[in-house]
Design a protein around this ligand. Sequence first.
Ligand code: ADP
Ligand code: MG
Length: 159
Amino acid sequence: MLWLQSFSHAYPVLGGAYYLAGRAASDVKRRLAAQSAPAELARRVAIATYEVEMNICIHAISGEVLIVMEGERVDVVANDRGPGIPDVAQALTPGFSTAPEKARAMGFGAGLGFANMERCADEFRVSSQVGIGTKVEMAFLPRPDEGVKGASCAASGHH
Ligand SMILES: Nc1ncnc2c1ncn2[C@@H]1O[C@H](COP(=O)(O)OP(=O)(O)O)[C@@H](O)[C@H]1O
Ligand SMILES: [Mg+2]
């Protein structure tokens, strides 16, 4: 059982500010590693957080990513002010992207961000209002194959 130290922080994200994006992802990854969370869980949280941060940076005006760690659960909620998503089902389709040329030139805009989030998160929900903004809610819990660090060593009788 993973007992995360309670933590809650909102990270601001500014549209177009690529050099600032990714802070929530690297911070949550560092915090999970420091608490000996399973590496695979930390990786899933970091990947999904990075994708949701980049989406605000690429597609919205401004927003924030809220990270809450409690017990064995990590919640990542992104809220932005921006154009919103007219057709969420279409946006979730792998390969679909409206990323502008500027983003593509930097290697973003493959249209796989939402697919990555869906794969990594244990709970995933997108809600959006056109002309107002988008909210992405994700939750992460240790999966059965993600043991607490060192657990598999102890169980196998080595060391
Ligand atoms: N925060 C957002 N605000 C507005 N549109 C968004 C947002 N996030 C995603 N989208 C829309 O969903 C599409 C798919 O997103 P994603 O799978 O991350 O691919 P990519 O970011 O590479 O385009 C985007 O191209 C965009 O049209
Ligand atoms: Mg994306």
